[in-house]
Design a protein. Sequence first.
Lengths: 620, 490
Amino acid sequence: MSDVSDKKITEADVRHIARLARIAVSEGELSDLAKELERVREWVAQVREVNVKGVASYGGVFDMELRRREDKAEKTDKDDILKNAPDEREGFFVVPKVVEARNGLIKKDISAVDLAENSFQNMEGISYLNAFITTTRDRALQQAEESDKRLREGKARPLEGIPIGVKDLFCTRGIRTTAASKMLGNFVPPYESEVTRRLWEAGALCIGKLNMDEFAMGSKSTFGIGGHVANPWVPPLNGDSKYTVMSPGGSSGGASASVAAGLCLGAVASDTGGSIRQPAAWTGTVGIKPTYGRCSRYGMIAFASSLDQAGVIAKNVRDTAVLLGVIAGFDPKDSTSVNKPVPNYENFIGKNIKGLKIGSIKNFEKMAINFSAYDTGKPFIQPASEMMRLWEESKKWLRDAGAEIVEIDLPHVELALPAYYIIAPAEASSNLARYDGVRYGLREEASDVDEMYEKSRRAFGEEVRRRILIGTYVLSAGYYDAYYLQALKVRKRLIEDFNKAFEKVELLLGPTTPSSAMLSGEYMDEGGREDVLYNYLQDIMTVPANLAGLPAISVPVGKNVKGGGMHEHDAGMPLGIQLIAPPFQEERLFQAGQIIENAAGTFTPPTRWWEKASDEPQTV
Amino acid sequence: MNPKPSEENLLQGETGAWELVIGMEVHAQLLSEAKLFSAAPTAFGAEPNSQVSLVDAAMPGMLPTLNGFCVEQAIRAALGLNADIQLRSTFDRKNYFYPDLPQGYQISQYANPIAKGGRVQLDLESGETKYADLERIHMEQDAGKSIHDIAPDATLVDLNRAGVALIEIVSKPDMRSAQEAQAYMRKLRAILRCLKVCDGNMEEGSLRADVNISLRRPGDPLGTRAEVKNVNSIRFIGQAIAYEARRQMKILEEGGEVRQETRLFDPKNNGETRSMRAKEDAHDYRYFPDPDLPPLVLTKEEVEKIRKDLPELPDQKKARLVKDYGLSPTDAAILCEDPARGDFFEKTAIGRDARRAANWILGDLFGALNKEGLGIESSPVSPDQLGKLIDLIAAGTISGKIAKEVFARIFREGGDPEDLVKQSGMEQITDTSALERVVKDILAKNPDKAARAKEKPKMLGWFVGEVMKATSGKANPQLAQEILRRSLDL
């Protein structure tokens, strides 16, 4: 095989893939982008080292068969289809002339209108935590009245009156849903996601749509239109503006921050590469990503379809179990939803783990050290020693409770991350193609349709654009086999590793993240650009469960100490331990998670600083 | 598969002979209530954007689910085209931007189609048959419609068609003339209609052909092809091929190179084809497996059940019509193009002279239907009416000429042919004495001609004509001739 993976990304390549992805890129940006993408390319090219002879390359996680629906027609209200349209005429969507059709037309200079800027001026609920993009006070109050009535009448439902926050990635009928993107700034879905539908049906109150990274791409909740989210554990630091806010993790930072701060009892969020577990670990909360197919993806805005999965963040293991029990279950509207009964997860809380065999993922140790040795040009204090100590501590707790701990080797787990950063952007580049300014969302005016695409899609934020470009590159002619197909095969290898491990043990154990929370502006270069690779490395221990579709939970295990990690500000910040189970064995996660919670306790931020902070909105 | 270029198909250029090579990609809309991946209805011609679901409009978070009936339809089509059903097939995404493609990708089957191979029998005008082999058959979703000519400043988008189930039938480059390509299209349409898989309506776009055309010197490897898109009638297929053959031959004979490109057929401009896309916009579709859709797995049992329930296919029917009714292969092929034609024929022919029935259907009936723009399903003359008309001829009650008149009247006004003939006194005069009177009369009026006729028997025809005139065409011509001969001593 000729090695195309040695071919470096040039400025011409960037121009070509940006054109394929219909995103305008200025000449001035080409050089920086080419360098950045080349760094990513060089890094993901590691997947080429894996021997994948004889590995099948199906894109999904499990060997599923496609379900078939009955041939029954159902009409949708035309208004629902058209009401978000940027331009509509007599029932048609309207776009500028398609180039090949505009022969002979006089080229008019239509001024570009920035819809998005106006879209967010009336945004409510900007607090110091900045955990919400939209608050839904009226709706919550209305729902609360109904709940009180039901409670009085003794007709309470499982989550009656419980305030829940919803990551702004889930479509909610009649409530603006943005995915923290300018692209969707004004989008009001005429439908409800299956996961939130189940919540409201169970009596939960919707208090708002939670801040996040745009389209769930990011590890620090810094990349969305909602602005940086603050971690309730630390008040904003004074001084250097780049370092102002401690991140609550990402992409579900609004969810982790609001739960840690007690603004809601729980939150539903999504996890594509760690977006639930990492924020939970950084905020002292519990976060679960269930098995792929356990919760419906219907109405959850897609990032990477074969990896996306809805889950929950809550204060403790029991709340997490209750909430997951409500949102999990089969949905024929999602062809990857699995038709398996949902056990009563709460019943497993407090169940003993005598004789349970748990494998400690020994590869994570080396990965944590490599992570700490990442060359950023900034001084490290020392490797994640406190995390390592707490990992050992957890083993002891589990052993004390009757479990048997063994060491497990997952040979391909180190390459999970580069494979992930091929597969996820590839899927995203296609999933985000629908944001074209035709039927809903942001539209920049232009004189022809291709120009309209390129200008409108320029509204994607920096990180989303970067991932679309990477994804377009790895799928493009000549590179598909070397990157995308190879990554799918590496994914299969990893799944085989897990299958083998689960022949020996019933659960796997390892850290959730190699470090505790970071500052939002950490690892930016002098020009204020993010260190892309460093951000990606945050997902190093969470991504394997997504690639293999496995359920995984992060439970707080303790607090970092001064000098216990690589950052100056580590002291007192929460750390999380991760448990991974075989498919559809979420109950084991709750069972063992509760043992850890019993030993480690629950964690609450030391002060409620945000309540005392001035009303002056914070800008970062 | 047709290795030797047949002489008659070669095109003679100024620098020598050229062989035309044609392959076809045909898109057929599957008949179903709901769309392939959504529950929206598939009705044609509805108000804009009124047959669109949230999934078709690619609203954020919307997911595709597969319509099982469309799968059955695809299997039925593939079996009817002698293709091998693949028990495991997968859906891929084909990525490109266009306003009527809401997802920014089309869900199609790229790596693993639902069927591979297949073979179609071509019925040529000469009565001979040839075969065209198929590469593959796969399922995919249709796009919406972009309308460029309503608004001067904008393109309007209607998504009613977006998501309707299609199968794409890809042939090998096995055709060598426009006639063969047309025969291929006719046969595909006949098979799909017979299976009730597609309505075959090319004008409404439920059956569309992309034609790949190239030229080569006989015996050479394949030349560079041009793809002509959306040729939406069988006549246009002929025009497009003729135009392309001329265009490419001119380029090649002048020493140029044919560019591999997509061209648009323009029926308003004498069937010209025009280049569609600029070269810089070369497409890179970035196919990859659709992560929203697990593999489609079929069981042998369900495939066999569908195979068992297949109706009689056009080729089988054609063979039967030739064998059982003694029809010519050409006539039989035309009658098998549409199941309704075959039914009409068999209902008419049963217990009658089948060839006469075929002649009436292929001649007078099709002529009249064509003139009115009607399909055989909406024929104002039923098989029963036509059958009775044929019976009247067979019994000698009316002459062929009168029969045409009767046919025209029942086509326009309806009614029973027998009653009509009786009421209007159109029965043939077979009464010898009555005709003898007429003949006597004519001979008496034309003594000189009668005298000449004795020497020049050819004159007899003139007299027969006079008899027919005198009887308003009702005289039995054989009988009239007989009496004339007798009277003139011939």
